[in-house]
Design a protein. Structure first.
Lengths: 310, 408
């Protein structure tokens, strides 16, 4: 009981996720800055930003439903934190693995996007509403390829559990090479999920001010931003667990490997972000359904065939 | 979202660096109609020139635009020198061209950065502005300031160019050559960039002529019109260069034109420093300018800049009129935005490289039948605002005491 509570609240649960996501934001920002020939922020900048936002006044629009408006950031944060508990960190096994946790994690990760939509819609501001609609349109385009890209390795592994997938590919590392198309699809779709360039239309600053978050301020915005940072960590951890099957028995060493793997994912995501321009929402829908989804489908077919031959 | 909504872009908006208001009527993400609202930045510069001497007016005219300050001051001086019957030396003309082309480089690099930022390509934004710093350093070295160089003076230029400065210019141009080659490759070849820029903000050749578009906006639609070629002033007639035109007639074309123009500008800067004649840089300019009126044109980075000066024989100009290039480009703006996506609206607005405060003018409407002037004085304006708030917001502002304006 005490150990579970420690796991949930401190490591690898809430507190660790918070600290690690701030560190991740720093890594992301410094790589982005370096790619742009800029100095970049000091290491404590994400924390300073967070604390500053927490200290600011929170303004709630008159037309918004106050309770829902306040609850949405907490929902987003809670969903992300819950998802993190099912991702393998120190070893092959996550904290509470069960058959089907991959699906649960993917659905938990959809909740933040839904809260972004609701947040924009509830704000009753023009920019937020357009941002909300864009967030929803975007969800429909990247969600399917992302799910398929993560389910394809699961089909080959014959399990719906993240820990099971990790264990399978740890035992048969060469099979991971089959999943390279799925990995590429996942990396692209993740940019959509995290609303980063080139898919950051919901909060396209130069068009919609802050998009869905235009009316958010103070503590509520801080929690939202934290949830977005945490989502980045969780998604990177999932990609690391599914596509980089390197695990060791030693917990400390395992944790170190986890850090390295997630940093590699963060590096890829940051590079991706810095070499791209924002595309239009309808271009994204076309791109996702025309190119990403067929590739992901092909991967599933390949994996089913291989599974049948085996 | 099938309902029609009106989205205001501005007066305060992250995409706009100066206040202006564009009301876009949207259906979904498509813009059905657009209303361009400028007029938030009127500064009364033309009027204030009338009570100042020519040399004082020059420094006001230089501040018409923060980016193309040299273009405006050169254009104004061309009028003044024509009126006074003063011809500047060839060396001064070459220095003016040198500054003008460096200014074009810095202005186009600035635009490239802004456009990249508007489509979320912050890496290109940082690169372009980093290279712009090199040009700004040169300008600061040559003129003394980064943006309002103040090198022009009636009758020539204030500062000469030294051999060391020429060395600096040449070495900077070498760096810029490399960078520009990269931008050319990027502008012509990058798929994501092309996907965002192509077929956006179309303005065909006929429409350009109809709306009176100038500069890169018009040249992107095959309008082969460059004041440096059709009516060369200063030393432009002696310096070889190509007028860049493009067939795309959209934001992509405008990008290509600007990037290739920078390559031409680098060549012109090289030619200007290599062939700079010796001699004086300044001739005497009379205090009093004989009566007359002159219109002068100059190719600013944003397009054709037109100045009109009327002299009455005194120390002060009687009337100064500045037709900034942005003013000519505004007319086609609503047409360009309509039918495109909301996501492209800031980009289309930025694609003419607008300068809001250069553009804003005050107009007095004269009613020909009654002879009435439709212009508010201070009291009427206050009364209007009180009535407006009472009607629109149910808020009575008449009790609020404000300080009496003494100057009006």
């Amino acid at each position: 009981m005490a150990l579970s509570l420690f796991n949930i609240l401190i490591f690898p649960g809430f507190l660790f996720l918070g600290v690690y996501s701030l560190a991740f934001e720093y890594i992301d920002r410094i790589i982005y800055a370096r790619m742009q020939n800029r100095q970049g922020p000091p290491w404590f900048q994400p924390l300073a930003d967070f604390l500053k936002l927490v200290g600011k006044e929170t303004i709630i629009p008159e037309d918004a439903d106050k309770n829902i408006f306040k609850a949405l950031p907490i929902f987003a944060m809670a969903a992300v934190t819950a998802a993190f508990l099912y991702v393998p960190i120190t070893g092959v096994n996550s904290l509470f693995p069960f058959e089907g946790d991959l699906i649960v994690v993917l659905y938990l990760l959809t909740i933040p996007t839904l809260t972004f939509f609701l947040a924009g819609w509830m704000s009753s501001s023009l920019y937020s509403t357009i941002g909300a609609v864009r967030a929803m349109t975007q969800l429909f385009s990247y969600e399917v390829p992302l799910f398929m890209a993560l389910l394809a390795p699961a089909i080959l592994a014959g399990t719906w559990s993240l820990s099971g997938i990790a264990a399978y590919y740890h035992a048969n590392p060469l099979w991971i090479l089959v999943n390279i198309p799925a990995f590429l699809v996942a990396i692209v779709a993740i940019q959509g999920k995290l609303e980063r360039l080139p898919f950051d239309m919901p909060e396209a600053e130069t068009e919609l001010c802050a998009g869905t978050f235009t009316e958010y301020s103070g503590r509520l915005l801080a929690i939202f931003r934290m949830a977005i940072d945490a989502e980045l960590v969780v998604v990177a951890a999932i990609v690391a667990a599914v596509f980089f099957p390197i695990f060791v028995a030693n917990a400390w060493l395992g944790f170190l490997i986890f850090v390295i793997k997630t940093l590699v994912v963060a590096f890829i995501l940051a590079i991706f972000r810095s070499v791209m321009a924002r595309i239009r929402i309808e271009q994204m829908v076309i791109f996702c359904w025309k190119y990403l989804t067929p590739v992901a489908l092909l991967q599933i077919v390949i994996n089913i065939v291989i599974k049948g031959v085996l | 979202m099938s309902k029609k909504v009106i989205v205001p872009i501005g007066p305060q908006h992250p995409a706009l660096k100066e206040p202006a208001c564009f009301s876009l009527t949207l259906e979904g993400e498509k813009v059905l109609s657009a209303v361009v609202g400028v007029g938030y930045n009127h500064r009364g510069l033309e009027k204030s020139c009338e009570s100042r001497s020519y040399i004082q007016s020059l420094y006001i005219i230089e501040r018409v635009c923060g980016i193309c300050s040299h273009s405006h001051s050169t254009c104004f001086l061309q009028c003044a020198e024509e009126l006074a019957g003063v011809e500047i030396t060839r060396r001064a003309a070459y220095i003016r061209v040198l500054m003008g082309e460096l200014e074009r480089l810095h202005s186009h690099l600035l635009w490239l950065g802004v456009a990249a930022h508007l489509i979320g390509f912050d890496t290109l934004f940082c690169y372009a502005w980093r290279d712009r710093e090199l040009v700004l350093d040169l300008l600061a070295d040559l003129g003394g300031n980064r943006v309002n160089y103040g090198i022009n003076t009636p009758g020539g230029v204030r500062r000469d160019v030294t051999p060391e400065q020429i060395q600096d210019i040449l070495s900077t141009m070498d760096i810029l050559d490399k960078q520009l080659a990269y931008y050319v490759e990027l502008a012509l070849g990058d798929t994501v960039l092309a996907a965002r820029l192509a077929n956006v903000g179309k303005l065909s050749k006929e429409e350009c002529i109809h709306f009176g578009a100038v500069g890169p906006t018009a040249r992107a639609a095959e309008v082969n019109y460059d004041i440096r070629k059709v009516g060369p002033t200063a030393a432009y007639a002696e310096i070889p260069f190509n007028v860049i035109t493009d067939t795309h007639a959209d934001v992509f074309g405008r990008t290509v034109v600007r990037v290739l123009e920078m390559v031409e500008s680098v060549k012109m800067v090289r030619y200007a420093v290599a062939n700079m004649p010796d001699g004086d840089i300044l001739v005497k300019f009379p205090r009093k300018v004989p009566a007359g009126e002159v219109v002068s044109r100059y190719e600013a980075p944003r397009g054709e800049d037109v100045h009109y000066v009327k002299a009455n024989g005194s120390e002060h100009p009687e009337r100064v009129r500045v037709r900034a290039p942005s003013e000519a480009n505004w007319h086609g703006m609503a047409h360009m935005i309509e039918g495109d996506y909301l996501a492209d609206a800031p980009l289309i607005i930025a694609a003419i490289d607008p300068c809001y405060s250069c553009t804003d003018r005050a107009f007095v409407l004269n009613n020909n039948n009654t002879g009435e002037q439709q212009v508010f004085d201070w009291k009427q304006l206050r009364q209007y605002s009180i009535d407006f708030y009472k009607k629109e917001h149910g808020f009575d502002a008449s009790k609020i005491k404000i300080a009496e304006k003494k100057h009006f």
